[in-house]
Ligand binder design. Structure first.
Ligand code: NAP
Length: 281
């Protein structure tokens, strides 16, 4: 099996390429120099040459707040860029994995969102990722859309690394406690994806680590496991205004994983513990 992975300089793409190589899968680890997502011809040229059986599209414009002022670019990369790759996957008859986000939902109430629930993004980034989903659904049949949230991986910036840095600098830290969701460890997700692509169980999935928490509870656990004494002061979202509005409820139900015989990811506390060990090495 030949797999082309986009975004390998990012958190998820890096781990997906790593896990596939560990499994001796032939991988084309594509970065921006191989092709930009917005350069259809170049992407087509590279893919026609490699002829992937599977494309795992982990690259994206991910600057959530900046996207509010760079709307055009976010839509170009996440919407049109994904459409480009989907068209190429169609031409080459490759399976396609599109990584999406909890931000496609409005985050109301406190129920777990089903894969079939109505989408209604609150911010530009979420709308641009939804545009990518729509292109995939429109063009392809052999696709997996995998929605994830609160990502942390060894390669790149994330909430865990930010907390570890701030924990060394501050005695107190105000962290939002009214946004609830589930962290996703890229290594655990990469293992699931490496399994998923060997099947034909196409469709939409939610695949975060198990368990839910608020950002404040996530920070508490990071500090507990790292023996950092900084005091967390829980605050509400209104006390921490950001350019992009965030959903308060990011609970995603994983029933589609169960129904299709895939193992759910381990609990986020277990994932966090392994991640902290990994980044300490
Ligand atoms: N981070 C989260 O909390 C989160 C939550 C939900 C869903 N997701 C989704 O999960 C996936 C992986 O996220 P991540 O955190 O691993 O992202 P990341 O660390 O920000 O990495 C993004 C990757 O996309 C590449 N990229 C961006 N624009 C590109 C372009 N025009 N052409 C080619 N490559 C481009 C980047 O390349 P450069 O290094 O060259 O810039 C980088 O490799 C994304 O689809 C994201 O939308 C993320």
């Amino acid at each position: 099996m030949k797999v082309l992975v986009t975004g390998v300089t990012g958190q998820l793409g890096f781990d997906v390429a790593r896990v596939l190589k560990e499994k001796n899968v032939e991988v084309f680890a594509a970065n921006r120099n191989d092709f930009s997502l917005t350069d259809y011809r170049k992407a087509q040229e590279v893919m026609r040459k490699f002829k992937p059986d599977v494309i795992i599209h982990a690259a994206a414009y991910t600057a959530v707040d900046k996207a509010e002022e760079e709307k055009e670019l976010a839509f170009k990369v996440n919407g049109e860029g994904t459409r480009n790759l989907a068209k190429i996957a169609k031409e080459l008859d490759s399976k396609f994995v599109y990584i999406s986000t909890d931000y496609v939902f409005p985050g109301e109430g406190d129920n777990f969102y089903a894969t079939t629930d109505k989408t209604a993004p609150l911010n530009v980034y979420g709308a641009s990722k939804l545009m990518g989903e729509e292109a995939v659904r429109e063009i392809l049949e052999k696709y997996f859309i995998v929605r994830i949230s609160w990502v942390f991986g060894v390669n790149g910036k994330n909430f865990v690394k930010t907390m570890l840095r701030l924990g060394k600098e501050r005695e107190e830290l105000r962290v939002v406690s009214d946004q609830v969701g589930s962290p996703t460890y890229t290594y655990d997700l990469a293992k699931l994806l490496s399994n998923m692509i060997t099947t034909t169980k196409y469709g939409i999935y939610h695949a975060t680590n198990e368990g839910v928490c608020s950002w404040a509870e996530f920070a508490e656990e990071i500090f507990k496991l790292s023996n950092i004494k900084t005091k967390i002061i829980p605050i509400v979202s209104e006390e921490y205004p950001t350019p992009a509005k965030r959903p308060k409820n990011s609970r995603l139900d994983k029933i589609s994983l169960d129904e299709n015989g895939f193992n759910r990811l381990p609990h986020w506390k277990d994932a966090l513990k392994r991640y902290l060990e990994e980044i300490e090495l």
